[in-house]
Design a protein around this ligand. Structure first.
Ligand code: DAH
Length: 350
């Protein structure tokens, strides 16, 4: 038999299109079938090369016919694609809705953050000693953060509180992220007549960032005001508290210190449980063997005046402790930043 003429060959291609696409079972087949017609080595691509075999006047109609067949291929291809889609949908719908043979995904159980665990334990200790729990806002007026606590304007003590000030909505208001929970003492006294016996936990913010300081950390404030409160009530409360938290053997010391809102003022240190006082290069106690965990003192009469309490009649003690510091000591963590990097492998191990 003679070789097929280009025209016969083209007709044969046209006749084979529908059947070829009908045989496609998936997207991959579909690509291959399409390539067989219009790919680089496809039959329609190759047949164009046979145009020179035709007499001149037949060439143009032949080219048009090739284009028509390409159109056929495109339509057949999109019909087949639609057919594959609806077949896949039908298969999906006829499958059982839930494959109970798949292995399950175990839900990850969250845990309470170590700082919050410490905080809840401290709250338990103080509530059992008769303290109420109060809270105040993290965005605070400078008036409550400094002025009513007896910080004179431009007092150097304010350097320690290098602070995050915020734009205020009311002109004249100085607004900041509170630098300590002592603000809540002010709020408690402004809103309650004496006696007051409360602890006030919460987040506080300072421009600090190193192994023992984080720009956001947690404090717990304490305040007890009544007639006849003395420094020994303060020591008693703090010692009861530390014994409950660390056990009876832990060493502590009381040092005179200055805070504008107490007189006398003191700081309390706990022995460095990270290095046991043995590492002169310890980054937590800086080689001193002690870690400061709280400030405290007898409430200054100036504070009583600023909240409308009678300083002649009432006495009080106050303290403010760093919950993160206590957490570091309890769990032997040597860098406060580990607590806030939120690496669950670390936090989960505590
Ligand atoms: N507010 C102080 C601070 O953040 C800590 C403090 C010291 C709180 C003495 C007190 C106190 O209530 O009496 O550094």
């Amino acid at each position: 038999m003679d070789q097929e003429s280009p025209i016969e060959a083209l007709d044969a291609i046209a006749r084979s299109v529908d059947e070829a696409f009908a045989a496609a079972r998936d997207d991959n087949d579909l690509r291959q079938v399409t390539a067989r017609f219009t790919g680089r080595d496809g039959s329609l691509t190759k047949i164009m090369k046979r145009i020179p075999e035709l007499p001149g006047p037949e060439r143009k109609p032949f080219g048009q016919r090739v284009n028509e067949v390409k159109g056929l291929v495109e339509r057949a291809q999109s019909n087949a694609a639609e057919r594959l889609r609806s077949e896949a949908r039908a298969r999906e719908l006829s499958r059982p809705a839930l494959d109970i043979t798949l292995p399950g995904r175990r839900p990850r159980i969250g845990r309470i953050h170590p700082c919050m665990r410490t905080m809840h334990e401290i709250i338990d200790v103080f509530t059992s000693l008769g303290f109420d729990v109060a809270e105040g806002p993290e965005v605070e007026l400078a008036e409550n953060n400094f002025d009513r606590l007896g910080f004179p304007p431009d007092h150097p003590a304010m350097d320690m509180h290098d602070s995050f000030f915020l734009p205020s909505r009311r002109p004249g208001d100085r607004v900041l992220l509170r630098t300590h929970t002592s603000t809540v003492q002010v709020r408690e006294m402004l809103s309650h007549p004496p006696p007051v016996q409360a602890i006030m936990p919460g987040a506080v913010f300072r421009r600090d960032d190193d192994a023992t300081h984080s720009p956001m950390f947690f404090q717990l404030e304490g305040l007890m005001v009544d007639e006849g409160i003395t420094l020994s009530n303060l020591r008693g409360a703090l010692e009861a508290f530390l014994t409950r938290l660390f056990g009876a053997g832990v060493k502590t010391r009381f040092r005179a210190s200055y805070f504008p809102f107490v007189e006398p003022g003191a700081e309390m240190d706990v022995e460095c449980l990270i290095c046991g006082g043995r590492d002169p290069h310890c980054r937590v106690c800086k080689g001193t063997g002690w870690l400061e965990i709280l400030g405290c003192g007898m409430v200054h009469p100036v504070v009583f005046e600023s909240v409308g309490y009678d300083p002649e009649r009432y006495r009080g003690f106050a303290f403010g402790m760093g919950i993160d510091r206590l957490t570091m000591l309890r769990y032997g963590i040597n860098d406060i930043r580990h607590l806030f990097e939120n690496d669950v492998r670390f936090l989960g191990s505590l």
